[in-house]
Unconditional design. Structure first.
Length: 516
């Protein structure tokens, strides 16, 4: 076994004389053999400089005499906080600061008032609800979201895909696809109505809706003049994009045209108010898909993640699918980038944005404040740049701890457990909650609860009366979720235009749309 080579004093002097930097000090020394025996290592003589081992303090004092003042601490992690003035050198270098050298955020115990941004979302003649009079019915509102452009998209792409499947040489002579005929605009509307009806009437199979058995017989389905074979054939060919003309890098090309049309139509008839919220939902899917996700906290643990921006009344204004490949804005993390992309058209108008601890971060709050948008949300205690005194503070029930830095307030409140929140427009002010048992809570928490319920309402209502079957392909499940979202949006607008005694429920809204 080879031994480590020892250097003579002459070799050491020659290395030191030829060295220009401290980093080259050890380059002339042959590295030790990693697999050397223990006896060999014990018998190895000490190198000349090993006889004079000294501490980091001694090294700095000997190297820069009189140019540094160090306290009694010997913790190496504290060296970066001291100012070292090296002697003059012939060559000057500029070194980028490391994260440890960046000064930490200064948090103050003195909580000052943070004013809200002035809301200008309804300036320049904008209205909360556009295009409708106060006596508009639900079908009129829904027909502006699901309009003729959306219907024509389904007709064209369904016919194209049906023709492509019919031309497939692998089809058997008895295959049902050989009887394919192009659909018309009226037929695709009838198909969508029946498809929504299958969500209201929960039968064990699609075939059961056309049975003459008294257990399943429904006169409406038999009077629509669409047979079971024709319905299942349209459902099989139901399509929203051209498979032969698409971007190969776009994983969402099968559904993105439908998303764009329906969401843009929703935006054209409604302007969100001061409070908006961002959250994610899950469309259940257990098949093979490159961007399928797993979230144990959702009702559908496996599925497709949907990012939504909703108003406090449950209106969905932005809708985006996570495809497994997300970009990142400079200075923000990926969840923060999602928030900005969803709310981009609503920034700079004085709104307040609500988000949960998956999205909340101090850089996001500061970015939104620069865009004249306030922020309020829960935040995990492991997030960077948070004040350690607030995070580590032990609280009893009802107590709070808060600190502030410029435009950001971080507050911890203990009720049944610790709740950590962040806001750019709140202080540590307390307020009684509404309800059967009022509780004294921070106003920041009350604002979060009030704004966050919009996304919960939208997800809850859209999940009711779903026509989706387990065997359905992924993009058709997204299409069904989009249709349910459009129904909820139409009901939200209808209820806002009408007084409380004329408001309708989700079931009544589905019945009205299906009948039309």
């Amino acid at each position: 076994m080879s031994r480590s080579k020892c250097l003579s004093e002459e070799d050491m002097l020659r290395i030191l004389e030829n060295s220009d930097e401290e980093e080259n000090f050890m380059q002339g020394i042959e590295p030790a053999v990693e697999d050397a025996d223990e006896d060999d290592l014990l018998d190895t003589p000490l190198l000349p400089f090993e006889e004079n081992v000294f501490t980091i303090r001694q090294f700095i004092e000997n190297t820069y005499p009189g140019n540094i003042s160090i306290g009694n601490s010997t913790d190496f992690s504290e060296i970066n906080s001291y100012s070292i003035q090296p002697p003059e050198m012939s060559v000057q270098r500029s070194v980028s600061p490391t994260p440890a050298q960046i000064l930490p955020t200064t948090w103050q115990n003195n909580i000052r008032h943070l004013p809200r941004e002035e809301f200008t979302g309804y300036a320049n003649g904008k209205r909360h609800v556009r295009l409708f009079s106060e006596n508009a019915d639900l079908w009129t509102i829904f027909s502006h979201i699901y309009n003729e452009d959306v219907n024509q998209l389904m007709v064209e792409e369904t016919n194209r895909y049906g023709s492509q499947m019919r031309m497939n040489r692998n089809n058997k002579p008895s295959s049902r696809i050989n009887r394919w005929k192009p659909v018309t605009s009226e037929e695709i509307r009838k198909f969508v109505g029946i498809y929504l009806l299958t969500g209201l009437l929960n039968f064990p199979s699609i075939e059961s809706y056309w049975k003459n058995d008294p257990l399943y017989y429904h006169p409406l389905l038999h009077d629509m003049k669409m047979s079971y074979n024709r319905f299942t054939l349209i459902l099989r060919c139901w399509h929203f994009s051209n498979n032969e003309d698409h971007n190969v890098d776009d994983r969402l090309y099968k559904i993105q045209p439908l998303i764009n049309k329906l969401i843009n139509n929703s935006r054209n008839i409604y302007t969100p108010g001061e409070t908006i919220a961002v959250d994610e939902s899950m469309v259940g899917f257990r098949g093979r898909l490159s961007f399928r996700t797993y979230n144990p906290q959702k009702a559908h643990k496996y599925g497709i993640k949907i990012y939504k921006l909703c108003c406090s009344n449950g209106f969905t204004w932005s809708y985006s699918i996570y495809d497994g490949r997300s970009h990142q804005m400079p200075g923000l993390d990926k969840p923060g980038t999602v928030v900005v992309s969803l709310a981009e058209l609503l920034l700079d108008e004085g709104r307040i944005l609500i988000a949960d601890n998956y999205y909340t971060s101090i850089p996001l709050a500061r970015y939104l404040k620069e865009r004249k948008t306030d922020f309020c949300g829960t935040v995990p205690k492991a997030r960077r740049e948070l004040p350690p005194q607030v995070i580590q503070q032990k609280l009893q029930k009802g107590q709070i701890a808060a600190q502030q830095n410029e435009c950001v307030t971080v507050l911890k409140w203990h009720n049944k457990r610790d709740v950590l929140t962040l806001s750019t427009c709140h202080t540590h002010e307390m307020q009684m909650s509404q309800g059967f048992r009022p509780v004294l809570k921070p106003k920041m928490v009350l604002t979060y609860n009030e704004g966050k319920k919009g996304t919960d309402i939208a997800d809850q209502l859209a999940s009711y009366n779903s026509p989706v079957r387990k065997s359905c392909i992924w993009y058709k499940k997204i299409a069904a979720d989009l249709l349910a979202t459009c129904v909820v949006n139409a009901i939200v607008i209808y209820n806002q235009l009408h007084p409380s005694n004329e408001k309708i429920t989700l079931l009544q809204g589905n019945e009205c749309i299906i009948k039309n």
